[in-house]
Every structure is written in structure tokens, then in C-alpha cells.
Design a protein around this ligand. Structure first.
Ligand code: OAD
Length: 228
């Protein structure tokens, strides 16, 4: 089977009702990245950080995967599909995809604030005083700005091995994730689905579909299957 690697970002979950980060009215319009998504912010005001992610977690219980997530899951019949997602939601899992790498962590997990290897399933609020087994405060299992991205090596390998690399719903402004585009082979087919211009250097070689994730995937599905 050919290898289809997919890099997804907040845009794929937008039609499920989850806000993106950088679009108008996106999450970073109303919150400072440093306050809620950095080790400094955590040191300064843990309650604020926990509340930001508690709100995201509560909302995640109320949304469903959309057609784009579902069509990606369906593609496992035809390809060896690997999803590299920057998203912390579990909508790819709920749609039925089985090979998902969460580069930036997972909202439904927590970890020790002193040891990121102590990881727990956590579907509800994290509160001040909730402790890991090492006695440390629990924090969201999220890769914050300024922190290492431990799964990057694995993601890079998935990009290198891809016969087709599909990019859906990401502004490609955040590194190292955006750098995955530089890892793909010269003969790898690169397809980008995004309703807006993304000002990044994939240049002429990408097939760009200026569509939303669901519409783009509906248009692309049969064409992809024909390439399998
Ligand atoms: P962004 O908010 O930066 O970009 C979202 C992209 O989705 C934009 O390029 C939009 O044009 C596109 N978009 C909007 N609606 C869409 C739709 N219906 N269908 C398809 N695309 C649509 O989100 P990311 O690129 O995912 O990291 O951001 C990357 C990382 O930056 C996130 O993982 C997060 C953030 O700060 C952390 O929190 C560590």
C-alpha cells in the first residue's frame, strides 16, 4: 500500500465548531500565548492556564468529528495512512483513524508538572491541588511554546516516507511542525487544502485546493483513491 501522510491543523476541526488560533476571532485574538500556552505563563498563574484548557476540554465533549475527519479515516482502506496532527482534540480518533501522532499533545490527558512521562487520561477539569503520583500538580498534556516537541523525529520520518503528503487546515506558522514540508521526497505528491492563502514556501510543487476541509476532502477523496 502507498503511504499517505497527512498534516492537520486547527482548520480541520473548525467545521466541528472548534475555533482556530490565528483566524479572525481565533483563540490567540483573545488570549495571550505567553499567558496560557508557555512555561512562563504556567509559573505565573496556574489557575488561569488550567481554566483556559478546562474550557477547551469542556467544549470538546460537545463537538463531533466532521466529514473531513471521517473521510481521512475511510482512506485507511486504500492507503497506509499516518496522521500528524497539531490539534489537541480527539476528533481524528473519534472518526476512526488509527495511526495518529499528536505533535502538540492531547487535551484529554494530563501529566505531572515535574515529569512529562507521568501521563494520565483526563476527560474533565484539572484543578489546583490535583496531583500526579509524584506529588506534583497536574498540568495539561500540551506542548507549550518554548517546550520540546518530543514526537518530532517520528513525524519527520513519516513525512520522509510519504508517497503523498496532504496538508489540511494549518497556517504553517508554527515550527518545527511547519518544517515537515521540507522533509518530503522530491517525487512525493504534495496537496494543500485551505480556504485561505497560506503564505508559505511550498511554492509551485503543491496542488493547492482553496476549499474548507470538508468540501476539499469531498472533492479529493475519489481522486486519491484512484492514485492508491
Ligand atoms: P492556525 O489557527 O494558525 O491556522 C488555522 C488554519 O486553518 C488557517 O490557515 C485557516 O485559513 C485554516 N482554516 C480555517 N477554517 C478552515 C476550514 N473550515 N477548513 C480548512 N482550513 C481552515 O492553526 P494551526 O496551524 O493548527 O499550538 O496552528 C498551529 C499551532 O499553533 C497549534 O497547534 C497551536 C497554535 O498556537 C499550540 O498551542 C502549541
Amino acid at each position: 500500500m502507498k503511504k499517505l501522510t497527512i498534516l492537520t491543523g486547527a482548520g480541520i476541526s473548525a467545521e466541528s465548531g472548534i475555533k482556530t488560533f490565528r483566524d479572525g476571532d481565533g483563540l490567540w485574538e483573545n488570549h495571550s500565548i505567553t499567558d496560557v500556552a508557555s512555561p512562563e505563563g504556567w509559573r505565573r498563574d496556574r489557575a488561569l492556564v488550567l481554566e483556559f484548557y478546562n474550557q477547551r476540554r469542556r467544549q470538546l465533549h460537545e463537538v463531533e468529528p466532521n466529514d473531513a475527519h471521517c473521510l481521512l479515516a475511510e482512506l485507511e482502506k486504500y492507503f497506509e495512512v499516518r496522521i500528524i496532527t497539531q490539534n489537541i482534540d480527539d476528533l481524528h480518533e473519534r472518526a476512526g483513524s488509527t495511526n495518529i501522532l499528536h505533535l502538540h499533545g492531547e487535551l484529554f490527558k494530563s501529566c505531572s508538572s515535574n515529569n512529562k512521562n507521568l501521563i494520565y487520561e483526563h476527560k474533565h477539569d484539572i484543578n489546583i491541588g490535583d496531583k500526579a503520583e509524584d506529588g506534583s500538580q497536574l498540568r495539561p498534556f500540551i506542548v507549550w511554546f518554548g517546550e520540546d516537541v518530543p514526537l518530532m523525529k517520528e513525524a519527520s520520518q513519516m513525512a520522509k516516507e510519504a508517497d503523498i503528503f496532504l496538508v489540511i487546515g494549518t497556517s504553517l506558522q508554527v515550527y518545527p511542525a511547519a518544517g515537515l514540508l521540507h522533509d518530503i521526497k522530491d517525487n512525493c505528491l504534495l496537496i494543500v487544502i485551505n480556504p485561505n492563502e497560506t503564505n508559505v514556501g511550498y511554492g509551485q510543487r503543491a496542488v493547492v485546493m482553496k476549499e474548507t476541509a470538508t468540501q476539499g476532502m469531498k472533492l479529493l477523496f475519489d481522486k486519491l483513491v484512484n492514485l492508491a
